[in-house]
Design a protein around this ligand. Structure first.
Ligand code: 9UX
Length: 71
């Protein structure tokens, strides 16, 4: 695909209490259109590659919040 190059952002995640939490957040973020995310439980960071204009940082944060965590 041509077009807008992806942006990357590092989100600080709070509220994860076990490693499966990280997997859950990863799933939630990756379900968002235009997003590729990995979540590190140990560092409490989400590394997110997204297409600006398709998805906003607010939308990423809201997805994390809706899943019961904070970013
Ligand atoms: Mo672990 Mo996280 O049992 O929502 S998955 S605490």
């Amino acid at each position: 695909m041509s077009g807008i190059p992806p942006e990357t952002i590092e989100l600080s995640i709070s509220g994860m209490t076990c490693a499966a939490c990280a997997a859950r957040i990863e799933k939630v973020l990756n379900r968002v259109e235009g997003v590729e995310a990995t979540v590190n439980f140990a560092t409490e960071k989400a590394h997110v590659r997204y297409t600006a204009g398709v998805v906003s940082v607010d939308a990423l944060i809201n997805a994390v919040r809706k899943a019961g965590y904070d970013a």
